[in-house]
Ligand binder design. Structure first.
Ligand code: PEP
Ligand code: MN
Length: 337
């Protein structure tokens, strides 16, 4: 961290700042220029409150040199993390497809869709049992019954399952779930992040609706700092001023994250766009941007879906999309296994 101190500051103020920084266990490299004094802080500055320093009268500017996330940072862990979900790997040169309905609705629906997406090449089944809905009057998911149906679909097809955990109180019900999804609305539910950090289970961490890449990585850090390094990041679009799509897919986040972190990164083009006709092009664009996989909503009867029918692909559309993805994968040095 670098602090630029105003040249005209009083010696006493500078001494106080120096003393305080040293009391935090940091060393200081001081250089006096013509117009300012530059303090280079040496040591672990992750616990230093940058805003507090910025608020001091004698401080002109402050800049972090090191990122505040240590465990998720590629600097300290150059090789890609591989997250293994029942033998299906995320990260490295692997490419994974997670597919299924927005919500589990009934046995026939979830098993039928699972069989269809598996036949097309998806390795992991998605489906919400607990649904975070904007309206309390909208379908909230089948909850425990939905989890049971997902497990039935898993038994029937052999596909691992990915489903959203909305609150810590349900965690015991998720024992047989293979990937725990933390949804966009819970990305900064720090108690929930700490709770899944204590599990030995892959976590799919979706980006918050209005969160920066750094905030997202700090949320991954919450999970990792509790001992769980099996984190997969999922870009699912962010809120912008554009109303024509449900969200705006931030594809530049993928190559940027690739530099910043060793964690696998996948894309959800369904929630990012909200429109099924945009899922195809945005999936292919995600592959091109270097994503490690996709999570796509697929429904056998989108017009009657209890949730997110407008953005769901029909099974045959998903099948056609996978064929296009397969043409692109060799170009980005990825393999779907
Ligand atoms: C979902 O995947 O079902 C979901 C609700 O997504 P998000 O949290 O990204 O809105
Ligand atoms: Mn959905």
């Amino acid at each position: 961290m670098i602090i630029v101190v105003k040249k005209d500051c009083e010696k006493k103020q500078l001494d106080n700042l120096t003393k305080w920084i040293k009391s935090l266990g940091l060393r200081i490299d001081l250089s006096k220029g013509d117009n300012s004094i530059i303090m280079g802080l040496i040591g672990d500055t992750s616990k230093v409150d940058i805003d507090l320093i910025r608020s001091l009268d004698i401080v002109d500017t402050v800049k972090r040199i090191q990122q505040p996330y240590k465990l998720a940072n590629r600097q300290f862990h150059p090789e890609d993390t591989i997250v293994d979900v029942c033998g299906h790997k995320f990260g490295g040169n692997n490419f994974q497809l997670i597919a299924g309905p927005c919500s589990v609705e009934n046995e026939k629906q979830i098993i039928g869709i699972a069989q269809a997406v598996k036949a097309s090449g998806a390795n992991i089944l998605r489906g919400g049992a607990f649904k975070p809905r904007t309206s309390p009057y909208a379908f909230q998911g089948l909850k425990g019954e939905g989890l049971k149906l997902l497990l039935k679909a898993k038994a029937e097809t052999g596909m691992p399952i990915c489903t959203e955990l909305m609150a810590e109180k349900y965690i015991d019900m998720f024992e047989d779930v293979d990937i725990i999804q933390i949804g966009a609305r819970n990305m900064q539910n720090f108690d929930l992040l700490k709770a899944v950090g204590k599990l030995k289970k892959p976590v799919l961490l979706k980006r918050g609706l209005a969160n920066t890449i750094e905030e997202w990585l700090m949320s991954a850090e919450y999970i990792m700092s509790e001992g769980n390094d099996q984190v997969i990041l999922c870009e699912r679009g962010i809120r912008t001023f554009e109303p024509m799509t449900r969200n705006t897919l931030d594809l530049s986040a993928i190559p940027l994250l690739r530099e910043l972190t060793h964690l696998p990164i996948i894309v959800d083009p369904s929630h990012a766009t909200g429109l099924n006709r945009l899922v195809d092009p945005m999936s292919l664009a995600s592959v091109g941007a270097g994503a490690d996989g996709l999570i796509i909503e697929v429904h056998n009867d989108p017009t009657h879906a209890l949730c997110d029918g407008a953005q769901s692909l029909r099974p045959e559309q998903f099948d056609a999309l996978v064929k296009k993805i397969d043409v692109m994968l060799p170009l980005v040095n990825r393999e779907r296994k």
